[in-house]
Every structure is written in C-alpha cells, then in structure tokens.
Design a protein around this ligand. Structure first.
Ligand SMILES: [Cu+2]
Length: 293
C-alpha cells in the first residue's frame, strides 16, 4: 500500500512536470511606438495600425475580424507537412481594416507574418503577430487599395517550408503563390512512390536486368565513348612521350620548367594567331569596309 502511494505521488509529480503550458492571453503589451508592441512572455505585434489610411484609401471600406490558429495539428491533412495555419487563404476588400486574433496552439513559437505592405506605413512592409507557446495576441492593420496577393507565413526556421504558409488576397489579388498547402502545387513536388522519377540524373535501374548487363537505353554507348576517348588520350601520350623525353634530356629542373612555359606560350600564341587569321579570313573584308562618301 505504501509502495502504491509513493508510486502515485511520483506519477503526480512527473505529470506535473510535463503538463501542457498554460494558455496566455497577451493583453498587456508594452507599446514601443510605431505600431510595435511586445511583452516579456514571448508575444509581439509589429505594424499595428488602427487609424492611418494608406494612400489611395479615402475611407475604411470594411471592418473585419478573424481568428487565426497556428499549430502542428492543422498540418495533419497535408501529407509531408508538419506545421500549418487553420486556414490557407483569406480574401478582403481593398481598404479593409482587419483585426487578427492570432492563437498559437503549440508549445513552441509561431508567427503570422505578412509582407509587401507599403513601407511608408508599415516598418519593413510588415505586419507581424507572434506568440511563444500556447496563447493569443491581437493586432490590427488597414490594407492598401490595390488588388494584390500577400504572403502570410511563419518565419521561424523551416516552419514555412513545413507548411505554415497562406495567401491573403486583397480584391482580386495578383495571382496565386506556390506551395500553399491544399491550395496551390508545390514548386518541388515530393514523391513518396517507390519508383524513381524520370527527372533523376542517373538512368533508372532496370528491374528485369538481374545480371548487371548493360541496359538497352544507351548507357552502353556512353561507356564505349568513354573508352574511345581514353584510347585516343593514351595514343597521344605514348607517341608524344619519346619526343618530350628528347626535349628535356640534359636539362636541369629549372631549365625544364622554363622550357615548358616557353612551349606553352608559343602554343597559345599559335592558337591565337590561327583564330585571328580565321576571323580575318571570314569577316575581315566586311568589317573594315568604310562607307562611301
Ligand atoms: Cu511557426
């Protein structure tokens, strides 16, 4: 009985140690000016703008509010992805005032970051919400009047590549962004099938060729070309060796080096002259022709 009791006490202590972190509502943020708010619990808002109208907006045309959730569980429906937002596409009218309530469901740091906003209003063209661990932070921005597609992502290393990416269209938008989970195709499509894709730089293994014999797709031709080049190289080497041996006979190492450089420079001069003669021969007359007066 005593053992059981101590075991249960131990279990209680242990589970207390790994219990989920408390959900924090980040309401008391320190205002650093310029729409930048932060606290010491890992929450941040950048580019907060509740009243300044971007150029081209004569008034706020709509006032909207959304809740965005971020977490690994939202990626379950996207094979090969680990992180995601609960939604991958947003659409708003131009000059909309939008308040975003950003909820992080994971025990790590996530962001909802927008790029490409006008830099005269939004520092670095960014609107940014960030929460470390489970919690909620809210921010507001006003969109410019142009039809445009904005990238929304989490900028923590590899979180976007692993799926935490969405697009936000103002008006009709300006096209679709690639690799938005469930919306647009990946730039590089993962292939989990067993076969090797055709784009691989090496020949596909032939499942019927168990003997290791050359396949019928031209790789045998490649081998014979290589050995052909090798034969030519060997022949030049063998024929040239006695000539070179005579040239270097009786020379010291220094003389040999000097002689080699002399031969190389002579060779280069010969090739340059040959090329320039050829160019002159084919184009010379035309290129020096002067216009008639
Ligand atoms: Cu993240």
């Amino acid at each position: 009985m005593k053992k059981l009791l101590s075991a249960s006490v131990f279990l209680c202590m242990f589970s207390g140690g790994v219990a989920a972190k408390e959900f924090i509502e980040h309401n008391n943020m320190m205002d650093h000016g310029d729409g930048h708010m932060m606290n010491m619990d890992g929450a941040m808002v950048m580019g907060n703008n509740e009243d300044r109208l971007p150029g081209g907006c004569d008034k706020i045309r709509a006032t909207k509010e959304i809740t965005v959730r971020a977490g690994h569980k939202y990626a379950e429906k996207f094979p090969g992805r680990i992180f995601a937002f609960d939604k991958q596409e947003y659409n708003f009218e131009p000059c909309t005032k939008l308040t975003v309530h950003f909820i992080n469901d994971d025990e790590i740091r996530h962001q909802w970051m927008m790029h490409g906003l006008p830099k005269y209003m939004y520092p670095k063209g960014m609107f940014h919400l960030e929460v470390t661990g489970p919690g909620k932070v809210s921010g507001t921005l006003i969109f410019p009047p142009e039809d445009k597609t904005y990238l929304v992502h989490c900028d923590i290393a590899q979180h976007m590549e692993k799926g935490m990416k969405a697009q936000l269209k103002i008006g009709r938008g300006s096209g679709d962004l690639p690799s938005i989970p469930g919306v647009t195709a990946n730039v590089i499509q993962d292939d989990y099938s067993e076969s090797i894709p055709d784009t691989m730089p090496f020949p596909k293994p032939d499942p019927n060729a168990a003997t290791g014999a050359a396949s019928s797709d031209g790789s045998a031709g490649n081998n014979s070309f290589l050995s052909g080049a090798m034969v030519i190289g060997l022949a030049i080497g063998l024929l040239g060796a006695p000539f070179l041996a005579r040239q270097y006979q009786g020379k010291t190492f220094g003389e040999g080096v000097a002689y080699t450089f002399e031969m190389i420079s002579k060779g280069i001069a010969f090739v340059v002259k040959l090329i320039s003669d050829l160019i002159k021969k084919f184009t010379g007359k035309k290129s020096i022709q002067l216009p008639d007066k």
